[in-house]
Design a protein. Sequence first.
Length: 172
Amino acid sequence: MNYADIKKVDVANGPGVRVSLFVSGCTHRCEGCFNPETWSFDFGSPFGEAEVEKILTFLAPDHIRGLSLLGGEPFEPDNQRAVLDLVRRVREQLPEKTIWCYTGYLYEDLAANHMGTHSRPLLEGLDVLVDGPFILEKKDLGLRFRGSSNQRIIDVPTSLQAGEVRLAEEYM
């Protein structure tokens, strides 16, 4: 997997001060995408152990609330293994940190493991999922933590337990 950027300080992609990983590669190609350069799987630099260690170091301070995964598309089948490995490392070493993920896929397809071999296990490692493609006609600058009104902010653990989508109302 390649990545476009690692932001040490991000206050736009989830609550509090966060570290964000922008992966490369996205087949959704949403009109009006804010990061079209990340559509290419070849964009950016290779993601490996050094980047995992950098992210873990950036996440360690108490004032950092968590990790946000964006893209490109973290749930692209070609990206899932590397993203899942990162999520597992964060859970193991920094379990108090929250993990948010932004995806153009729908929660229901990920929960059913329809979007690649690791979509369900990756979903199980998240706290919050912002799902659905960006739709330019539904763009709303007044929304928190999402770009268009079709996108949902989902409480993943509660949704998995209930067997249906439960929105993270505190972030809506």
